[in-house]
Write a protein that binds this ligand. Structure first.
Ligand code: ZN
Length: 406
């Protein structure tokens, strides 16, 4: 696990960074849209410039360096956390968050700056090419026009016990989901976990423990990162979400997972507030980043005391209207019983009824986005042709039919 800190794109935004971002994995606008290859030369400088423009948001470069890593004061909190009763902990968190000076950016619960950026870039590209419509490789497979992903972080043995009950409800509405486990925090009943996996559910790594150590310092990361990767490999876990979503983008980018889901599109309520402003996957070194895009259950229930169902429906509609990825992060520990579970079930019903939505596991979304990155589009005799080693599911979509362009 080489940290590669000196050569990373983060010290040189927009500059070349071959080991972190090979050309097929770039976050520039051409690669985001997947446009016809014969446009590339004409749009050259615009393509190059768009990468730094997008990564300014994707990698949270709009924050100063200190804000892009876990706050130092967290160390003290984690040191005494286990002595504080859970109810008091929620109150403390809530008080601290309300007292924190809010940046006001990204906006919450919806931030459209990056969507506007993609749209405006495409508009300028079409002006340059003197065309009013065109083709791109659709964001999602087949006839689907948005994506729905359900994920859970399991914080305690209580959460672990509730997994199957929630999984039963999800399957009743045609969903599968992923379950991220902290691998060294409490004893995990792997037989129970494997039963879920045998039913088609996915299991991911929720770090080692909620102790704030993984991204605390370079020395901690050098010691704990390989241990985490080894445990994940032993249990065939390909996805990662950092405990408490604490993060350092360039360190996550160096980890041996297929995807990460530690970024929100916008989340001012986490211990490390911020957001990548994206409701689409993007490349983070060799990983795919799948940002969670709906407010967390914990935030709504314990921090700001809002009805989760209402907020989730509002945001899900907004994302679907833009053709993006609705990615929900809930905890069986918080929504696994009573009225909250009923609200969750009601939300699943609403998601099921969303038209042209691709219901997918995070590993499938990461795999799809990676494959899509490697495809190319050309126009032959006026018709779009998609090429690549595996183009299964890929379709060419006209901009005029693309939700993001509306
Ligand atoms: Zn957690």
């Amino acid at each position: 696990m080489a940290l590669g800190l000196n050569s990373s794109v983060f010290q040189n935004p927009g500059g070349p960074s071959p080991e972190l971002a090979p050309s097929a994995s770039s976050n520039d606008a051409f690669s985001f849209w997947k446009l016809p290859e014969n446009w590339r030369d004409v749009l050259g400088p615009m393509v190059v410039a768009s990468r730094a423009g997008a990564e300014h948001y994707l990698f949270e470069l709009y924050l100063d360096e200190k804000q892009r890593c876990p706050p130092a004061a967290l160390g003290t909190y984690y040191g005494i956390r286990k002595f504080i009763p859970r109810g008091v902990r929620h109150w403390l968190n809530s008080t601290a968050i309300h007292a924190r000076r809010r940046n006001g950016f990204p906006n919450w619960p919806c931030e459209s700056v990056l969507l506007d950026f993609w749209r405006e870039w495409l508009k300028q590209a079409m002006e340059k090419l003197r065309i009013s419509d065109g083709w791109h490789i659709g964001f999602w497979p087949g006839e689907t026009r948005c994506c729905v992903v359900l994920t859970h972080d399991v914080e305690s043995p209580t959460g672990l016990e509730r997994m199957e009950r929630i999984a039963d409800i999800e399957q009743r509405y045609g969903f599968l989901s992923s379950w991220n486990l902290p691998l060294a925090q409490y004893p995990i009943d792997w037989l129970r976990v494997e039963r879920l996996r045998a039913r088609g559910f996915e299991i991911g790594a929720h770090g080692l423990a909620h102790d704030g150590k993984l991204f605390r310092s370079e020395a901690d990361f050098a010691e704990l990162g390989p241990l985490l990767e080894r445990l994940a490999r032993e249990h065939s876990l390909v996805g990662f979400r950092s405990p408490s979503t604490l993060r350092r983008a360039e360190w996550i980018a160096s980890m041996a997972f297929e995807y990460d889901s530690s970024f929100a599109d916008t989340d001012p309520y986490e211990p490390q507030p911020g957001g990548c402003c994206s409701i689409f996957p993007f490349h983070l070194g060799g990983l795919l980043e799948l940002p969670y895009t709906l407010p967390q259950d914990h935030t709504l229930i314990h921090i700001i005391h809002r009805d989760p169902l209402q907020m989730w429906c509002l945001k899900a509609q907004w994302i679907a209207a833009a053709g993006g990825m609705i990615l929900l992060l809930t905890h069986p520990d918080y929504i696994g019983t009573g009225e909250y579970l009923a609200r969750y079930e009601e939300f699943l019903k609403r998601l099921r009824d969303l038209p042209q939505a691709w219901h997918a596991l995070p590993s499938a979304v990461a795999g799809w986005w990676r494959r899509r990155s490697r495809m190319s589009l050309s126009i032959e005799n006026g018709q779009p042709v998609i090429k690549g080693d595996d183009t299964t599911g890929a379709v060419a979509v006209r901009f005029s039919r693309e939700p993001l362009c509306e």
